[in-house]
Write a protein that binds this ligand. Structure first.
Ligand code: ADP
Ligand code: ASP
Ligand code: MG
Length: 416
């Protein structure tokens, strides 16, 4: 019998009526002859509300208590979904992450899955239950509850599909699949039929919220093919899988936008070994995630060093760096919030040139200033003023003809 893992995101279970709709779909899937494991997110807005409540109670709650609190959103939604299935005459049971056998490390709020023992799930499936698992959570070997990072129900689904050796893993969400750009930003964005894990990984890592990037990383590592599709429609979605040779024919698969970034520049840094290490080890010690780093060419033995972080970390980073700037004898620290990162992604970039030139020219023609650039083999990312970001996304989307997904030759054709 086919075993299917289906994950439903927060909007898909956002109201009692939507929960009933999910329940009907689970029952239909079982009636079609499948064993069904459903992974359920907290109802839309619940996790944010719990975080807000925690902040009102304590400015710095322990992460362990925070995880205990946050995990309740998914527990509630999965119990409600099981009730809905049962009320419709089906047979379901809900499990917490711990009951589902998901063991994690002790890295509270962004724990890593160490192991999954799906014995109980297998037993329940063979007793014809639809097994409903609370997403986003696991348990340490000591029995404490952990959560898997924001968007972590995606990871629960992918990891369970891998551990159960499922025949299909379907991620049901509030859009029809993965698009060439967030359809809420670019109306002309097109649904992709398939894409390589690496492309989705780069898009998710550059701000496309459609999948948690750790979930895609896990899928790539363990070869878990999955489909992102709509929970409101029956249509097929986007398949994420290992790349195939024909995928390189599409130069740009998609565009993503990461808002709320901040840029820090240290001017007049001595161009000597060890200085960059000193700056970034202080930042790393405070667990601040650094994204782009650019060092200018050295003039008269000094250089400027710029990097980006999330806007929320700016105050913290400034406090840490002010004394360091003095200690290393640099001239000054300049900071700027309100910037955004725009990335174009596609494995076809490995074999096609001219993408950066075309992207930069398009931005230039439209008077959008590029503040920083970084590249990987399959991505070009630029830092822009946040106020230009959405316009830039629409322009670049049109520039590369993404609404119509042109083949490689036309997508890199020189400007007229
Ligand atoms: P869920 O609650 O189902 O996990 P999310 O809100 O986490 O859903 O992710 C779905 C959202 O991702 C969409 O509503 C859409 O606005 C956003 N998104 C960002 N980039 C893309 C993209 N390239 N394709 C489709 N959706 C995207
Ligand atoms: N409820 C969690 C969040 O909002 C996990 C998830 O939805 O995947 O981040
Ligand atoms: Mg999500």
């Amino acid at each position: 019998m086919r075993l299917v893992v289906q994950k439903y995101g927060g909007t898909s279970v956002g109201t009692p009526e939507r929960i009933r709709k999910v329940a009907r779909r689970l029952i239909e899937t079982q009636r079609d002859g499948c064993q069904v494991v459903a992974v359920i997110s907290a109802m839309a807005g619940v996790t944010d509300n719990l975080l807000k409540l925690a902040q009102e109670i304590s400015p710095e709650p322990t992460k362990c208590e925070l995880d205990n609190l946050l995990s309740t959103g998914e527990r509630a939604a999965s119990a409600l979904t099981a009730m809905a299935v049962n009320a419709l005459g089906g047979r379901a049971i809900s499990l917490t992450g711990a009951q589902a056998g998901i063991l994690t490390d002790r890295n509270y709020t962004k724990a890593h899955i160490a192991n999954i023992s799906p014995r109980q799930i297998h037993e329940l499936l063979s007793d014809d239950y639809i097994v409903i698992v609370a997403g986003f959570q696991g348990q340490t070997p000591e029995g404490e509850t952990t959560t898997l990072g924001r968007g972590g129900s995606d990871l629960t689904a992918i990891a369970l599909a891998g551990a159960l050796n499922a025949d299909a893993c379907q991620i049901f969400t509030d859009v029809d699949g993965v698009f060439t750009c967030d359809p809420r930003i670019v109306k002309e964005a097109e649904k992709l039929h398939e894409m390589a894990y690496d492309e989705l990984l780069e898009m998710a890592g550059s701000g496309a919220k459609i999948m948690q990037s750790r979930a895609v990383e896990f899928a790539k590592k363990f070869g878990v093919e999955f489909e992102v599709r709509s929970s409101f429609k029956k249509s097929r979605g986007t398949i994420a899988k290992e790349e195939t040779p024909s995928m390189e024919d599409v130069v740009i698969r998609g565009i993503s936008l990461d808002r709320h970034q901040a840029k820090l520049s240290i001017a007049g840094v001595r161009d000597e070994p060890g200085i960059a290490g000193r700056i970034f080890s202080n930042i790393a010690a405070a667990h601040i995630i650094v994204d782009m780093i650019v060092q200018n060419a050295s003039i008269a033995g000094t250089t400027d060093l710029s990097f980006t972080i999330h806007e929320d970390e700016l105050e913290n980073a400034r406090k840490i760096l002010m004394p360091v700037v003095g200690e290393i004898g640099a001239k000054r620290l300049n900071t700027m919030s309100g910037v955004a990162k725009l990335s174009v992604v596609g494995i076809g970039m490995r074999s096609h040139s001219g993408v950066a030139a075309r992207m930069f020219e398009c931005l230039g023609r439209n008077s959008i200033n590029i503040q920083m650039v970084s590249t990987s083999e399959i991505k070009i990312a630029v830092i822009l003023d946040e106020k230009d970001a959405e316009r830039a996304a629409r322009l670049i989307h049109a520039e590369f003809g993404l609404g119509r997904l042109l083949p490689a030759a036309s997508a890199t054709q020189p400007l007229a």
